[in-house]
Design a protein around this ligand. Structure first.
Ligand code: DAV
Length: 373
């Protein structure tokens, strides 16, 4: 059945077919969470965020919301349906039988929480304590889709316990140093242990029948195995990127633009032995352009490589952050029409254009883009 704006349908099999319906996050009430093992491992050692926590200043929240609202309008003007989450009170502490944390985070990046695969939206386990309840912000939408689309499968992965056993002690040290971090990530020694399945949805890229999953800080091997058993009709493939000292989420590292073409962060190249799978199926992997900035904006977890955190609208059209001049230029050379979208002042709230969105509907079916096994 074709898509119509009057009828809710959940379906998206990949990152590039024509986008019709999407969720865009909100910056409301966003907090810098208190220290906790997995989060601390990701905050860069020289970051201005170290040692601070609490609600973000209201003027930065307002500015981020202004940008997210404008992005929403841009998408709506192109005929794309956009839904928004319902923020909860992120100042509330979270206490479970296994852990306590004094505040939560926010709901700017739905991509981290919601994994859309075909007619299913799966709530990820998550791996930070401050993000344990983030799925609640999306429950009003999930319920609505469930009522309106009889084919929608709403699923949730088992909530993890997130006791101290989930995190490696040696990552708790204040000053590890980049050299050691790079050695550890090359050895696939990440902050999360194999205590229980853990994954963030933003570690997964959807290539039709193939799901490509980053093994790193936010997704462990048991999380990948869980995805494999949960999606038995898919091929679930683990990848990792040794040049990244803080490997969370695949979407500032590996960016498919259309069938046959992937941008890869030149500082975090896919290792040779993992490239063969793409090569033998005629996928070209090209280095992404350099970011336009030398540093992230203030109080931001993410690296400057949010430059490549783009939202593909269809095979010829891509949203790129408006200050990322080199990334825009490269996209044009690759034959894409670029829609510049201002978002940099919202990066600190959880990421870029891919992070702040989650697919609800794209045209197209589940195809096999890797027939040569
Ligand atoms: O490069 O800091 C950011 C990914 C956000 N979802 C990075 C990864």
């Amino acid at each position: 059945m074709n898509w119509s704006p009057d009828k809710t349908q959940v379906k998206s099999w990949n990152e590039w077919d024509t986008l019709r319906h999407v969720i865009v996050g909100k910056a409301d009430d966003c907090h810098i969470p208190p220290e906790e093992p997995a989060l601390d491992a990701k905050v860069p050692e020289d970051s201005d965020m170290r040692g601070q926590w609490g609600r973000r200043p209201q003027e930065t929240i307002d500015r981020a919301n202004e940008l997210l609202d404008t992005f929403t309008d841009t998408l709506r003007k192109r005929g794309i349906r956009v839904d928004r989450p319902t923020p909860t009170d992120f100042s509330k502490p979270v206490t479970t039988p296994d852990f306590h944390t004094d505040s939560q985070f926010g709901c700017m990046p739905p991509r981290d929480v919601l994994l859309t695969v075909g007619h299913e939206i799966l709530e990820a386990t998550m791996s930070y304590r401050c993000r344990w309840f983030e799925y609640l912000c999306y429950r009003p939408l999930m319920q609505q889709y469930w009522e309106e689309d009889p084919n929608f499968r709403h699923e949730a992965a088992p909530k993890p316990r997130l006791t101290d056993a989930d995190y490696h002690d040696d990552y708790l040290s204040e000053a590890i140093g980049i050299e050691k971090r790079l050695q550890w990530t090359a050895e696939k020694h990440f902050v999360t242990t194999e205590e229980e399945p853990l994954f963030d949805a933003a570690d997964v890229l959807r290539f039709g029948k193939d799901l490509i999953v980053q093994h790193g800080f936010t997704t462990n091997l048991k999380g990948i195995e869980w995805l494999r058993r949960h999606f038995p009709d898919h091929r679930v493939r683990a990848v990792n990127f040794p040049g990244d000292p803080y490997p969370i989420h695949i979407d500032a590292t590996f960016t498919p633009l259309r069938p046959g073409l992937i941008l890869n962060n030149p500082n975090r190249r896919l290792p040779d032995e993992q490239r063969d799978y793409f090569k033998k199926n005629d996928w070209e992997i090209v280095d992404a352009a350099q970011p336009a900035h030398n540093t992230p904006p203030p109080l931001c977890y993410s690296s400057t490589w949010l430059s490549m955190n783009v939202l593909v609208l269809d095979l010829k059209t891509v949203c790129v952050e408006a200050s990322e001049v080199y990334q825009m230029e490269q996209m044009e050379k690759l034959g894409m029409e670029v829609i510049p979208v201002e978002l940099r002042d919202a990066y600190a709230f959880g990421g870029g254009l891919h992070c702040c969105t989650a697919d609800v509907y794209r045209d197209g079916d589940c195809e096999d883009y890797f027939p040569n096994q």
